[in-house]
Design a protein around this ligand. Structure first.
Ligand code: IPM
Ligand code: MG
Length: 370
């Protein structure tokens, strides 16, 4: 039976449109070569939406995101928007999507492709075979906590305020996602906080422990302080399977884990909401890398992170494991052929542009499909 889905594409700013354009070609390919009918819609998010409408995400775009079966986002932001107030910055568009769609679980896999193991800044033996899943809480913590703001004190000094806050249910629902994933992987979860200085961290540890005892005692649970985790990720990253942590620590640790793999340009992500009665869940997929304005529009960006994000969409939102594998195998194949975009270029390799990488991945898909 034909799988019919609506995908909302939000290319955004910088290299977002470059990398989304290549992913669009894969969607067209699947529409012609598999029993799927993907309808693609497109809208604005981030700085481009601010330029066109004065806001980083319109209500109409928000409504389309809510209605779509899945959202694929490129990147948001650029230096020309640095002076804007927080509520209209490009990032505010992305944060609104996450918050209003209630995408509380952000999955950021850090996987080392054998062909790229020498590209990591760490030694090959430290990263070879690495396969970590970071589950970052995405709708709470200091990103959204109240009170927040900048105020002027009676003596004329200014004071900046943000609030780190978590509730039991916020901790339980994201920890449950991490334990569920661990069950299908290495059956090990590291829960990461700063309970030595933060009450919210103490609560995090207690509630993860309680949920573990109640429902997931078949999975091994370890607790780790966030600073130690940052250190352990470069000392011995292969000790980790699934890491679950809050919004801010997850932001930092996922960038660190991403770089273990050799390039931010390779890392996909999925942001998932709760499953409803029909087994559907809201979901947004995006590369971990940012908008890289310095190389935007020059056919230089690596489209692989976005292409792999689309593969995650096929798996997590549409239960289409076969085409997802075709895409992932094709990416591996192209890397094994020695084709590289600038960010992962190495001695003896052949450099290609954004579109050239798309061409090569499509050619590999033809081969696998034959
Ligand atoms: C990320 C980004 C965002 C974040 C920015 C763009 C708001 O760094 O997705 O990791 O801080 O969450
Ligand atoms: Mg980040």
């Amino acid at each position: 039976m034909t799988v019919k889905k609506t995908i909302l594409m939000l290319p955004g700013d910088g290299i977002g449109p470059d990398v989304i354009a290549q992913t669009r070609r894969l969607i067209d390919w699947l529409n012609s070569n598999r029993d799927v009918a993907f309808t693609v819609e497109e809208d604005l998010v981030g700085g481009c939406s601010h330029d066109a409408h004065g806001v980083p995400l319109t209500d109409a775009a928000m409504a389309r995101a809510q209605a779509a079966d899945a959202v694929l986002l490129g990147a948001v932001g650029g230096p020309q928007y640095d002076g804007l107030p927080f509520d209209v910055r490009p990032e505010a568009g992305l944060l609104r999507l996450r918050k209003e769609m209630e995408l509380f679980a952000n999955l950021r896999p850090a996987v080392v492709f054998p062909a790229l193991a020498d590209h990591s800044s760490l030694k090959r033996e430290v990263v070879e075979g690495l396969d970590i899943m970071i589950v970052r809480e995405l709708t709470g913590g200091v990103y959204f906590g109240e009170p927040r703001g900048i105020e002027t004190l009676p003596d004329g000094q200014r004071r900046g305020i943000n609030t780190q806050v978590y509730t039991t249910s916020e901790i339980h629902r994201v920890a449950a996602v991490a334990f569920d994933l661990a069950r299908k992987r290495g059956k090990l979860v590291h829960s990461v906080e700063k309970m030595n200085v933060m009450e919210s961290g103490r609560l995090w540890r207690e509630e993860v422990t309680a949920l573990h005892e109640k429902s997931f005692s078949d999975v091994k649970l370890e607790h780790m302080l966030a600073d130690n985790c940052a250190m352990q990720l470069v000392r011995n990253p292969k000790q980790f399977d699934v890491i679950v942590t809050d919004n801010l620590f997850g932001d930092m640790l996922s960038d660190e884990a991403a770089m273990l793999t050799g390039s931010l340009g390779m890392l996909p992500s999925a942001s998932l909401g709760a499953t409803d009665g029909q087994g559907r869940r809201k979901a947004l997929y995006e590369p971990v890398h940012g908008s890289a304005p310095d190389i935007a529009g020059q056919n230089l960006a690596n489209p692989i992170a976005t292409i792999l994000s689309f593969a995650m969409m096929l798996r997590y939102s549409f239960d289409l494991a076969e085409p997802a594998s075709v895409i992932e195998d094709s990416v591996r194949d192209v890397l094994n052929q020695g084709l590289r975009t600038g960010d992962i270029m190495g001695a003896g390799m052949t450099q290609v542009g954004t579109a050239g990488m798309g061409d090569a991945i499509l050619a590999a898909m033809e081969k696998y499909a034959a």
